[in-house]
Design a binder for this molecule. Structure first.
Ligand code: ZN
Length: 124
């Protein structure tokens, strides 16, 4: 099982992502916050993510419906992972925080995710 290590910039927050298969999806979401943060998402199931350091330090930002969780390191400000509105039962890891980011980025095409026309926004 491929294991990916990642962290925020300062290293206070560290994660491991253990996947049954190599990462094959990189998503760029066009919603307001993902655009400004420059996140490249890779979806992950809860059990695939291990917080190896700093789980208690993560800061949380919420806006709009408040459903999505945007978690970040309060020291360096880097967004490591979050819980999207589209799939609140799982998480997305910021692939840019993974040690293998540029290897993944060279191999995979980043797919645009439509975060501007979210069905939960339409229902409001
Ligand atoms: Zn940090």
């Amino acid at each position: 099982m491929p294991t990916y290590k990642g962290s925020c910039h300062c290293g206070d927050i560290r994660i491991e992502l253990e996947r049954p298969e190599p990462i094959d999806r990189l998503l760029e979401c066009d919603c307001s916050i993902c655009t400004k943060k420059g996140i490249v998402h890779t979806p992950a199931e809860n059990h695939e993510i291990r917080m190896t350091q700093g789980a208690d330090k993560l800061a949380l930002y919420r806006f709009g419906t408040g459903e999505a969780r945007h978690e970040f390191c309060p020291r360096c400000g880097i967004h490591v992972l979050g819980r999207p509105r589209s799939h609140p039962e799982r998480q997305t890891v910021n692939a840019r925080c993974l040690e293998d980011y540029w290897d993944l980025r060279r191999r995979l095409t980043v797919v645009q995710f439509d975060g501007q026309n979210h069905p939960k926004d339409q229902a409001e």
